[in-house]
Design a protein around this ligand. Sequence first.
Ligand code: ZN
Length: 303
Amino acid sequence: MRVMTGVAALLAVAMAQPAVQTTRSQAGSQAPPRPLRIIAFGAHPDDAELKASGVAALWAAAGHKVKFVAMTNGDVGHFESAGGPLAKRRQAEVAECAKILGIETEVLDIHDGELMPSLENRRTVARLIRDWQADIVMGHRPYDYHPDHRYTGVLIDDAAVVVVAPFFVPDTRPTPRNPVFMYYSDNFQDPKPFTPSMVVGIDAVAEKKWQCIGAMPSQFGDKDSWQARTLPNVPQGDGERAAYLLDIVKKRNMAVADQYRDRLIALYGEERGRKLQYAEAFQLGQYGRQASPDELKAMFPLQ
Ligand SMILES: [Zn+2]
């Protein structure tokens, strides 16, 4: 009975609290808003870091709570090592990134290349979202190039409705309402291109993002890392190679800023919007809560 009382009390507190940050424009609001809780899923231990570590660092710096989850342990994506040793190395790398960004991280023990949109994994994703009591969930679109990316997108879509159902995975507390679901940017065109709902300038925390990329040599440094072996013209020297691979990541973030420059100007004003060099972009998913553009502006760290 004591346990039941405790859970009921927790639920009552959760229901009483606003699920999203109160906008600062609401004059006279006195109570400090509860920090937002964001959970960002990536297929591999580098995907959330690549797509969302800028916005994560900005949220964390503003006092919000961010967690990255890698759906697989990354034990295949390397040309020299694999299995347990590689998975352990990658776990340590994303933990280092999380420290740099000021967030939490978790890597699921599912083999790289073998993620399936199974009922078991749907339950796992729903539990993670509920345990985090997420206001915002992020992940890949289900149209991405890699099966693990696609199925991460499918699993997130599938979890969107059930996270509020009390009797789905009833060992976890449902979220008080549907979180907002946001997809990472990508350049795939079929069956439909990515359309940004939010573009975040990340210049203020860009160095943290580059440090995070630098903390993942198994992905962006080793001569036998996936990037070093699959991208063209990668230099041989260790230092040059890491700099070259980091530069590619920087250019991708610059391309996002340039591609959605109009959105940056609309969100940040003419002067700042033109100056921002690096950006991350996100699309509102259609199965979670349909936040209005103003609500999204209030939730995202656009300082
Ligand atoms: Zn990946």
